[in-house]
Write a protein that binds this ligand. Structure first.
Ligand code: ADP
Ligand code: MG
Length: 229
C-alpha cells in the first residue's frame, strides 16, 4: 500500500503516457472505424504513430513536469499529423505553460488551469465551439468538471475520475451531433449517429490519467481495467 496521490510528478506523467500509448494501440481499429463514418479512417493510425513516438522518447525525457509536457506536445505535433496532431500538441503545450518550466510537481489547481487553457487552445487553434462534434466536446466538459472538483477541494483521485467521466459523457453525446469542424463536417448530416473519434480518444487520455492518479505505489494500471469505449 502506498500513499494517496495528491500531486503529479514527471514519473506519473511518464506512466500516464505509457498507459495512453497502450490504450490507443488497443483502441486503434475502433478509433479509425469511427473516423471512417464521416472522415478518412486514419485517427487510430495517427494516434498510434504519435503515442508510440512519445513512448520511444520517454526514457530520454527526464525534465521537470512542465518541460516534459512541452516535449510530449512537440513530439505529438510532429508525429500524429493531420488536424488532431496540432490539437493534441496544443493540449500538452498549454499544460506545459500552466505548469511552468521548473516546477517539480503538478498540483490539482495547476492541472485544472492547464486543462482549461487546453480547451481554450483547441478552440483557438481549430475554431471549434462546443457542440461542433470535435474533441472539444470531451475536453471542455472535462475541464469544467475538474474546475468544480478543485473548488470543492476534492482529493485528486476523485477529481480526476469526475474529469474522465465528464469527458466520456461528452464524447458519447457527440453521436447525436452533426460535425461542423474537421473532415467530418464535409459529409453534413451523414456525420450524425457515431461518436466523434477525437472526442473518443481524448476521453481515453483523461481516463488513463484518472487511472494513474488512483494508483498507489507498486500497482499496475492493468489492474484498474482501463476499458476501451
Ligand atoms: P484528420 O481530420 O486530419 O484526418 P484525425 O483523423 O487524426 O485528423 O482527427 C480527427 C479528429 O480531430 C476529429 O474527430 C476531431 O475531434 C478533431 N478535429 C478535427 N478538426 C478539428 C477542429 N477544427 N477543432 C477541433 N477538433 C478538430
Ligand atoms: Mg482522419
Amino acid at each position: 500500500m502506498g500513499d494517496v496521490m495528491e500531486v503529479l510528478t514527471s514519473d506519473d506523467l511518464r506512466g500516464w503516457m505509457t498507459d495512453f500509448a497502450r490504450t490507443i494501440e488497443a483502441a486503434q481499429d475502433h478509433l479509425s472505424d469511427l473516423d471512417a463514418y464521416a472522415g478518412d479512417a486514419d485517427h487510430g493510425a495517427n494516434l498510434v504513430r504519435g503515442t508510440q513516438a512519445v513512448l520511444a522518447a520517454l526514457p530520454q525525457l527526464q525534465g521537470p513536469p512542465g518541460q516534459l509536457c512541452k516535449d510530449i506536445g512537440l513530439i505529438l505535433v510532429d508525429t500524429i499529423g493531420g488536424s488532431s496532431g496540432v490539437l493534441y500538441g496544443t493540449i500538452f503545450l498549454r499544460l506545459a505553460q500552466a505548469i511552468g518550466p521548473t516546477a517539480p510537481i503538478i498540483d490539482l489547481p495547476t492541472l485544472s488551469l492547464g486543462l482549461g487553457s487546453a480547451a481554450k487552445g483547441i478552440s483557438d487553434r481549430g475554431g471549434a465551439q462546443r457542440g461542433d462534434k470535435t474533441m472539444l466536446d470531451a475536453v471542455g466538459p472535462a475541464a469544467e468538471a475538474l474546475d468544480l472538483a478543485v473548488q470543492e477541494a476534492c482529493p485528486m483521485s476523485v477529481a480526476l475520475i469526475r474529469t474522465a467521466e465528464a469527458a466520456e459523457t461528452g464524447a458519447r453525446a457527440t453521436a447525436a451531433l452533426q460535425a461542423r469542424r474537421g473532415k467530418a463536417s464535409y459529409v453534413g448530416v451523414r456525420s450524425i449517429g457515431t461518436s466523434d473519434p477525437g472526442a473518443t480518444s481524448a476521453a481515453l487520455l483523461l481516463r488513463c490519467l484518472a487511472a494513474r492518479a488512483t494508483l498507489t505505489s507498486g500497482e499496475d494500471a492493468d489492474r484498474h481495467g482501463i476499458v476501451v469505449i
